[in-house]
Design a protein around this ligand. Structure first.
Ligand code: ZN
Length: 330
């Protein structure tokens, strides 16, 4: 059997040897197939690599674009920051200029305010001066006998106050500031007004002076005696008026005065109104506040008197002084 198989091989080899061309052909086919297989394998392999490379290139390009974009953004940001820095520099310069302007304005305002403060101080001095000395400065102006004490000074003061208020309104634009200053001036003016109202310079009766202040032969007693007031005639009417603002401190009887009223005006001044008709015809009581010029009583002839008239006295710090210096000499 083994011999039979060997023989079959031998026979086949013999057949193949007989067909050399076929063998060559088969080998060629085999080589071609192998070459094709290798080529296809290589092509597939390289295609894959090319694809990978292309992907890489694409990624790199993407990355490059990204980098460019980042660079642009960076440049933009730097530019923005530079612009912003310049703007801030400009703003700082503007602020510095504005601050300088404000400082200049403030200095100017301060100077103007100082000036105004001085004006107000001057006004206060003027008022204080007027209150202390004004009364005496006014004597010369009353030589006609018609002027009343303190009136001229009061008119001057009123004018000064009016002018100062106008000046304040022009100088300041701030309404609150103006109203505060005007209030301060008004307060001073009210104090001055009150002081003026308390000066007993309102003529207490309309009639003429029939007996002045000083030595005279007494009409009842008959001998020379000092007359401590002025006598005013009934010719102008019997009404008696308060010579100044004040408080009634006496409504009473005295053998010399008869029925009389005393008013305390403050600032050291008091006035007395004597020989009144009766305490029943008095229009005020002790403790009453009276205004300058207020009707207070009726003329009579009670006490040491020879006929209906008003005996009017002015007391300064409890000393009787000449009423003509307050109400004139006529
Ligand atoms: Zn008298």
């Amino acid at each position: 059997m083994f011999t039979g198989f060997t023989n079959k091989i031998k026979t086949a080899i013999a057949r193949i040897k007989g067909r050399t061309d076929l063998v060559i052909c088969a080998v060629c086919v085999a080589v071609v197939v192998a070459v094709l297989c290798v080529s296809v394998s290589l092509i597939v392999k390289y295609n894959s690599k090319i694809s990978d490379l292309e992907k890489s290139v694409s990624n790199l390009e993407q990355e490059r674009n990204n980098l460019e974009e980042i660079n642009n953004i960076k440049n933009d940001t730097i530019q923005d920051q530079e612009n912003s820095a310049n703007e801030k520099d400009q703003q700082i310069e503007d602020l510095e200029n504005s601050l300088e302007d404000q400082e200049n304005q403030h200095e100017k305002d301060t100077a103007e305010k100082e000036e105004l403060k001085q004006e107000i101080e001057d006004l206060k001095d003027f008022i204080s001066d007027y209150i202390t000395n004004g009364l005496y400065d006014g004597y010369a102006a009353r030589s006609s006998g018609l002027a009343t004490k303190g009136q001229e000074e009061w008119l001057t003061a009123s004018q000064e106050i009016k002018e100062l208020k106008e000046y304040v309104s022009q100088l300041f634009e701030d309404e609150q500031q103006v109203s505060d200053l005007i209030a301060s001036i008004d307060e001073q003016a009210a104090a001055l007004q009150d002081y003026y109202d308390r000066i007993p310079n309102y003529r207490p009766a309309a009639g003429k002076t029939t007996s002045p202040f000083g030595y005279r032969k007494h009409p009842v007693l008959g001998y020379t005696k000092f007359h401590y007031g002025v006598d005013l005639s009934k010719s102008g009417g019997l009404a008696i008026y308060a010579a100044g603002k004040g408080v009634v401190t006496m409504v009473q009887w005295n053998d010399s005065y008869g029925w009389f009223i005393e008013i305390d005006h403050g600032n050291g001044y008091k006035t007395r109104y004597a020989h009144l008709k009766s305490h029943k015809t008095c229009l005020v009581s002790v403790g009453d506040e009276v205004d300058k010029g207020q009707h207070i009583a009726t003329m009579g002839t009670t006490g040491l008197s020879t006929g209906v008239h008003l005996h009017f006295e002015v007391h300064e710090n409890n000393e009787r002084i000449n009423p003509a210096d307050f109400i004139g000499t006529y």
